[in-house]
Design a protein around this ligand. Structure first.
Ligand code: 8YV
Length: 322
């Protein structure tokens, strides 16, 4: 009898085809009704799951008595109840490394777009408002040789720092739970406590995992430490930054601008952010290139196959010995 795999989000079609050749596949789709109920029903006799972007926890996995693995097509895994998966001896696998450079590219895209008002000036030009030489209202801020503060010098944070250091001769500061001398030394990066980084940086990039320590890490007090010409970029998770405090800081021009790819609630449908001309809002596209998403899907597929064959996935989040 074929093992059963639940596909809980859109995945690469070639991967879906390969799954359907080997397993009984059930796809979850909002078009088929309540997603939570679909997950509860579909996982009753499921052996594996693959997908991304959905919360999976004790509630919607309560019937999943023979589930061996959740293979996430993502590097972040804050949307999974890891304690519950450990308790149920369910492997969680993810897709690190293959999206690092693509996500760092997007971070720098946001940094530069926010610094030079690309989104608002594009709209301004297309509305026919460019009628004479530009004035201070259209001026941006410089990037070259400025100070770049990275909150979270992990793989993605380090790739962002590389772009700043080698590409723009930026002075790199970083904040981590602990110093990362190996990564920092190659970039002349200086370890800073968070408050000092916020005070000294012209550009602050949030690149930390979302966890108990980083939730709401950047709030009203932290934003108040930033310089009025400073730019905040968030490519990590929305909940690391207090979104209402950021909106207040942007409205009051406490900081120059923000570049956001992630939000407290996604998709971002209705928000005061939409009314502001000093924030660039992208729809969580950090890893969203065809090539990178294919690499992620391939990696998630391999992780799933390993687990369903009884072997610990190469990129397991929670090493278990089932
Ligand atoms: C994913 C991401 O596509 O990998 C991550 O953690 O944030 C993105 O690359 C996203 O999580 C899917 O919902």
């Amino acid at each position: 009898m074929k093992q059963k795999v639940v596909v809980f989000s859109q995945i690469d079609q070639s991967i879906l085809y390969q799954l359907e050749q080997q397993f009984q596949v059930v796809q979850i789709s909002p078009k088929l009704g309540d997603v939570q109920q679909q997950i509860i029903e579909a996982t009753r006799d499921a052996d594996g799951m693959i997908g991304a972007g959905r919360i999976l926890n004790a509630t919607n996995l309560s019937q999943a008595k023979q589930l061996k693995v959740i293979s996430s097509v993502s590097v972040g895994y804050d949307n999974y109840d890891l304690a519950y998966l450990n308790q149920q001896q369910i492997w969680l696998a993810h897709t690190p490394h293959v999206l690092t450079e693509t996500t760092a590219d997007l971070a720098f895209t946001l940094l530069m777009s926010a610094a030079r008002k690309v989104a608002s000036l594009d709209a301004w030009t297309k509305q026919g408002l460019w009628q004479r030489t530009v004035s201070e209202a259209q001026f941006g801020v410089d990037i070259y040789r400025k100070t770049l503060g990275i909150i979270g010098l992990g793989h993605i944070g380090e790739a962002i720092a590389r772009r700043g250091f080698h590409g723009f001769n930026m002075n790199v500061l970083y904040h981590n739970r602990s110093e990362n001398l190996s990564r920092a030394s190659a970039l002349n990066a200086t370890y800073c406590d968070l408050n000092n980084l916020l005070k000294r940086s012209d550009f602050v990039v949030v690149a930390v995992d979302l966890n108990a320590d980083s939730k709401a890490l950047i709030g009203e007090a932290e934003l108040a430490l930033m310089q009025s010409h400073a730019v905040l970029v968030n490519i990590a998770r929305g909940s690391v930054v207090d979104e209402q405090a950021l909106i207040h800081a942007l409205k009051n021009r406490q900081i120059f601008a923000a570049g956001l790819d992630v939000y407290a609630k996604e998709p971002l449908q209705h928000s005061e952010l939409f009314e502001l001309d000093n924030v660039v809002t992208l729809p969580h596209v950090g890893s969203a290139t065809a090539a990178t998403r294919k690499r992620m899907a391939d990696l998630a597929y391999q992780n799933l196959l390993e687990a369903l064959a009884g072997r610990q996935p190469t990129y397991v989040v929670n090493p278990l010995y089932q």
